[in-house]
Structure formats: structure tokens, C-alpha cells
Design a protein around this ligand. Structure first.
Ligand code: HEM
Length: 393
């Protein structure tokens, strides 16, 4: 497909959803920011512009989340908070996702979850990588953080999918909105019940951690815990299966790297970070322009919306040589797939560990399977395989 440089049909055009990367590779990143008619908003396309926007949170604020996230999270999510409130709450949560807690508490649990999912699949000649492995692994891992029993997978899965439509959809019908809001209410009740249970008997999950420390009681009330819990549930379960599927997708297309992983000459992390760069799961990050400003000669007025297009920043030739090539050994590796600045992903270490555990287990068996058909990709706000069938050779 030949597309004239700089002619961009828009994020919400049909052609974009079919293969955004062809269009993104054609964007002239030195323009920094273009106007997207379909979104009726600015679109930041260069690495410098995206990093500048994400790091300047006083000019480019997370206020759009009030519409997208607050109604379904039943309160303010971390990404909406600013100043002291953000700093304190982020610190409280971050303590649960780093260092020794990750290594000694979560790692064995995640290994156990992944092993049991692989055992479930061992009798099958064909399976859907997304529904039967990646998505289950992502959600059940998140259940460990929140303290949700694995037997409740189906109940939560349906409702999470429903609220996700609200968070990442465009032009939603009234029916979809209503159903998302109903699911949000049901999730809120379930989490409030969990909080009440933990008030009687503390466990090792994040809700117990917050409740245990009376110092936090003045800072975080029950409705904050609900919002934080839903925030983590959604943020943690949505992108991870997409990255994992992308890792397998790239490894099937470049078999050299499977051999290198097997003989130890390439690390799992190099593959994961390159997958994140080339095919990030989060494509769009919205911000409200708070004051009149300017990037690369483009003037903005206060009140306008600007979206950062992460895959475009990650494919900016100014930073990445041959940006559309899967090259895990590339010298500049600092992709923006986890965001940047004060709202940079809080779960990045956790996600990297999840992905590493999964990849370590998958690489030795990957050659026993082939793609039954190429994966089906979908999504413009977040993007990934929605169906990916593998079959035994
Ligand atoms: C590969 C997996 C993941 C990717 C690509 C990803 C991506 C992102 C991005 C791009 C942001 C910034 C959003 C913004 O600036 O508006 C973000 C924020 C966030 N992520 Fe992740 N995420 C991942 C996994 C996780 C996990 C596993 C968790 C929780 C355990 C998590 C929790 C959060 C939270 C709470 C925020 C908001 C942080 C704040 O505002 O201070 N994410 N993530």
C-alpha cells in the first residue's frame, strides 16, 4: 500500500484499524504534532513531542480521564490525581509492586499460575493463546494483587471486559454505556464486600496492606480503595496478554531469536522491551491542554485535546534506527510504552516480571506449535491480538 507521506486518514478511519503500523511508519515524525480530523484533536507523533507532553503534566493534564475512567472506576483513579494526593497514593501502591515483594512474594505465585495454565493446555492440539492463556494469566496474576479468589474469574472477566469498552471506546452506543456502568456498579459492590471481609480478617493483598496501616486510614477511604483496586484490575489485566501474544508473534516471524533465547545469547527482557517498543499495547494517551502552548511550531489553545500516539513515538527514526524492524539488540531502547513523567506506569516492573516468567516457560515449547492462522488484531486506543490460535505440529 502506498500512502503519500503525511497524508494520514485519521485514527478513527477504517483503514487505520486494519493496519495502523503502515500508516504510522509513513508519518513524517519531524512534524511533531498533526491535527486528526476523526478525533477532532491534536495528535503528537514524534518521540520528543510525546515525551514533552507526558512530562509536562501542568500544561497537558490528565483531566480527560474524568470522563473516561471515573464513572467506571467509581472514583478518581491514580492517573487523574496531581500533587501531594498523587505522590502519597502512588507511593503507597508502589511499595507493593517493587523489589523483594515482587521477587519473593509475587514471583512464585505467578509461576504457579502460569504452570497450571500450561498444564490445562497440554492435552489440546489447538488453543486460543489469548483467551486460554494470555488473558487468563494477566487477570489471575492481578487477582493475586487484589486478593480475589481464582474461582471468580468468569464473573470478573465479563464485567472487566464491559467496563473496558467504556474506558477505551469511541462513539459508544447508549446501550453499551449503560451496560458498562452496570458492570462498574457490580464490581464496586464486590470490592466493597472484599474490603469489609479484610476489615475482619487481614490477608496479604493490597487491600489488607492499605487497611493494616492506620497511617493510611486518614488518606485513603473505602471509595478510594475501590477506585484504586479497579484501576489496578483494569490497567494490569488489559495490556499484558497483548504484549505476550506480540512476543510470540515476533518470535514466530524471526526464529533466530528463539534459538538465541534457548542458548542464552539473548535475554527475555530484550525481546519483551523490543515487542513493547514496536507493537505497544497502549496506543493513545489523552491529555487536556490546560494553557495556550506550542510544540514544534503548532499552536494550541487551552481547552483543546491532544492524544499522544505511542507507536509513532516509538518508531521515530530520530531515536530508533530502522524503526519498523524487530531488532532486540538495538542501542537506543527507551520506548515510551509505559508512558513517562509522573504518571509513568506503576506496574512496569510487575508486568516485566509477568512477561519474563511467561516467556521463559513458553520458549522451550514454542517450536512444538505453529500458528493455526495469523492472529487477528484490533483496537485503536489499546491494540493487540484478539484471537490467536496455535496448533501442535
Ligand atoms: C505491559 C503492560 C503495561 C503497559 C504497556 C502499561 C502502560 C501504561 C501507560 C502507558 C501508563 C501511563 C498512562 C498515562 O500517562 O495516562 C500506565 C499507567 C498506569 N499503569 Fe500501567 N501498563 C502495564 C501494566 C500495568 C500493571 C501490571 C499495572 C498494575 C499492577 C499497571 C498499573 C498502572 C497504573 C495504576 C497507572 C497509573 C499511574 C499513575 O497515574 O501514577 N499497569 N500504564
Amino acid at each position: 500500500m502506498f500512502i503519500e507521506k503525511s497524508h494520514f486518514p485519521g485514527i478513527l478511519s477504517d483503514i487505520y484499524n486494519v493496519n495502523p503500523y503502515v500508516l504510522i511508519d509513513n508519518l513524517n515524525k519531524s512534524e511533531d504534532v498533526i491535527f486528526d480530523e476523526t478525533l477532532n484533536s491534536h495528535l503528537a507523533i514524534s518521540y520528543d513531542a510525546v515525551r514533552h507532553i507526558l512530562k509536562n503534566h501542568n500544561i497537558y493534564t490528565t483531566k480527560p480521564l474524568a470522563e473516561r475512567a471515573e464513572p467506571i472506576m467509581k472514583g478518581k483513579v491514580l492517573a487523574q490525581m496531581e500533587g501531594e494526593e498523587h505522590r502519597i497514593k502512588r507511593h503507597i501502591i508502589l511499595q507493593q509492586f517493587t523489589g523483594n515483594i515482587l521477587k519473593y512474594y509475587y514471583k512464585p505465585k505467578l509461576i504457579e499460575i502460569f504452570d497450571s495454565l500450561i498444564i490445562d493446555l497440554s492435552g489440546k492440539d489447538k488453543f486460543n493463546f489469548i483467551a486460554e492463556l494470555g488473558n487468563k494469566f494477566a487477570i489471575l496474576s492481578t487477582f493475586e494483587i487484589i486478593g480475589i479468589d481464582h474461582s471468580q474469574f468468569d464473573w470478573f472477566h465479563v464485567r472487566l471486559k464491559n467496563i473496558l469498552k467504556f474506558a477505551i471506546g469511541f462513539n459508544l452506543s447508549e446501550g453499551t454505556q449503560k451496560s458498562s456502568l452496570l458492570s462498574a456498579e457490580e464490581l464496586e459492590s464486590a470490592i466493597l464486600k472484599l474490603i469489609d471481609e479484610r476489615k475482619i480478617s487481614l490477608k496479604s493483598d493490597i487491600i489488607s496492606f492499605i487497611l493494616k496501616d492506620s497511617e493510611y486510614n486518614n488518606i485513603i477511604n473505602d471509595s478510594d480503595i475501590v477506585a484504586l483496586t479497579l484501576n489496578i484490575l483494569l490497567a494490569a489485566s488489559e495490556p499484558v496478554d497483548k504484549v505476550l501474544a506480540n512476543c510470540i508473534y515476533h518470535l514466530y516471524r524471526d526464529k533466530n531469536y528463539t534459538d538465541k533465547l534457548l542458548d542464552g545469547s539473548c535475554s527475555h527482557n530484550l525481546i519483551i522491551q523490543e515487542c513493547l517498543r514496536l507493537t505497544p499495547p497502549v496506543h493513545l494517551i489523552p491529555r487536556l491542554i490546560e494553557v495556550d502552548s506550542c510544540i514544534g511550531g503548532v499552536n494550541f489553545r487551552a481547552g483543546e485535546l491532544i492524544y499522544s500516539l505511542i507507536p509513532s513515538a516509538n518508531r521515530d527514526e530520530k531515536y530508533f534506527i530502522s524503526p519498523s524492524v524487530f531488532a532486540p539488540y538495538r542501542s537506543y531502547k527507551s520506548h515510551l510504552s509505559y508512558g513517562a513523567g509522573m504518571h509513568v506506569c506503576i506496574g512496569a516492573q510487575f508486568a516485566n516480571m509477568q512477561l519474563s516468567i511467561a516467556l521463559e516457560k513458553l520458549v522451550p515449547i514454542i517450536n512444538s506449535y505453529v500458528e493455526a492462522e495469523p492472529p487477528k488484531f484490533d483496537g485503536v486506543y489499546t491494540r493487540g491480538a484478539i484471537e490467536y490460535y496455535l496448533k501442535r505440529v
